[in-house]
Design a protein around this ligand. Structure first.
Ligand SMILES: Nc1nc2c(ncn2[C@@H]2O[C@H](COP(=O)(O)OP(=O)(O)OP(=O)(O)O)[C@@H](O)[C@H]2O)c(=O)[nH]1
Ligand SMILES: [Zn+2]
Length: 342
């Protein structure tokens, strides 16, 4: 089927899947010599880049990439750069194209002028590590649920990292995520050492992982243990002076010694999720997704949805008691999706 794009311009293409990852790389013969690079950080319009040959560069967005959230270049993006690519002090390369993304972690603005506008925070990551303390501060299941929704929507695998198990038993909190089969790692600090960090290291090895967590949960402590020399500020930073805090509040990719990247997100504490539909979330659960093909048109799949096929599936005992718990957990995420962010 040919869709009317409202123009005869052959360069204008309709995205086949608006939720998908946008192919944005336009072939520009003039840039045949462009250097491929990875975006490690962004600060006030300056992009920290790692060229494929190992050179660290600073770049800016070329004007032709456009402005606004749709054309954003974010941490994790694979780009091509031209101009001065020597990486020498005070040189500036130009980013001329962005490669198609394999995943996109998004948030949408909840209020103000930008309400409902979604923004990509990190590109091409495959894992979202949700760091939560078991105590001090108390875990916030709703916030964790919202992170899970963001991960499923992004096409990333979520992982729970529960810190401070020296202060509280992880059992009760873990039970909330059993039915969703979210992998979990548990750490604690004793005698100045982090117990369980080895398992975290293994889990992150060779992968691109985004770490997210509220202030005080021990995320920086963890990052410092995983990335020698990362120098993430720890221990109750003064929010007024900002002293001790890393200067940038945006995401930054840190290389893991054994390969892979840990992307720290100091500025991200919650997600606006208005861009995520019930079906986006459902798509992350193969079994439920298959069953829901039998739902009435426009079914919300919520607990009060009439004739939702998911209820029938559970009632028929197809998935045993595990199925019941799984459906209940899925519906909890569905509800968390529509609530206000915390
Ligand atoms: N008891 C206990 N304390 C921990 C553990 N992990 C970290 N802490 C302490 O918790 C406090 C907060 O840790 P940080 O690593 O600074 O936490 P953060 O999540 O980076 O918080 P911000 O720096 O505010 O973003 C510090 O005083 C750490 O020493 C743990 O497993 N057990
Ligand atoms: Zn349904």
């Amino acid at each position: 089927m040919v869709r009317d794009t409202g123009t005869d311009d052959a360069r204008v293409r309709v995205r086949p899947n608006p939720k998908g990852n946008r192919p944005r790389t336009k072939k520009r013969p003039a840039y045949d010599d462009a250097v491929p690079a990875l975006v490690l950080g962004v600060d006030r319009g300056r992009y920290q880049l790692l060229a494929d040959d190992g050179t660290r560069l600073v770049g800016m967005k070329s004007r032709e990439l456009g402005r606004g959230s749709r054309s954003a270049v974010v941490v994790g993006d694979r780009v091509r750069v031209v101009g001065d690519v020597t990486g020498r002090k005070d040189t500036l390369a130009r980013i001329v194209s962005v490669e198609e993304r394999t995943s996109a972690l998004r948030r949408s603005a909840e209020d103000g002028d930008a309400a409902g506008v979604e923004r990509v925070i990190v590109a091409n990551a495959d894992q979202l590590v949700i760091v939560t303390a078991l105590a001090d501060p108390e875990p916030r299941p709703r916030m964790v649920d919202r992170c899970l929704v963001a991960a499923y929507d992004a096409g990333m695998e979520p992982v729970l990292c529960l810190t401070k198990s020296d202060l509280a038993d992880p059992g009760p909190f873990l039970s909330l995520y059993e039915a969703l089969e979210v992998p979990a790692l548990v750490t604690s600090v004793a005698d100045g050492e982090i117990r369980g960090v080895e398992a975290v290291r293994e889990r992150l090895a060779g992968r691109v992982s985004v770490l997210i967590g509220h202030s005080g949960v021990g995320k920086s402590t963890l990052v410092n243990a995983l990335v020698p020399g990362a120098g993430r500020a720890t221990g109750g930073v003064n929010v007024v002076t900002g002293r001790g805090r890393h200067t940038s509040s945006s995401a930054v990719a840190l290389p893991l010694p054994g390969g892979g990247w840990a992307i720290d997100t100091p500025g991200v504490r919650s997600f606006g999720l208005s861009h995520v539909s019930a079906d986006d979330l459902l798509a992350a659960f193969d079994d439920l997704h298959a069953v829901a093909q039998n739902c009435p048109r426009g079914c919300t799949h919520a607990a009060d949805a009439p004739d939702c096929a998911l209820d029938e599936w559970v009632a028929a005992g197809h998935a045993g008691t595990a199925g019941e718990a799984r459906l209940a957990s899925f519906r909890r995420l569905l509800a968390a999706k529509t609530g206000a962010p915390d």
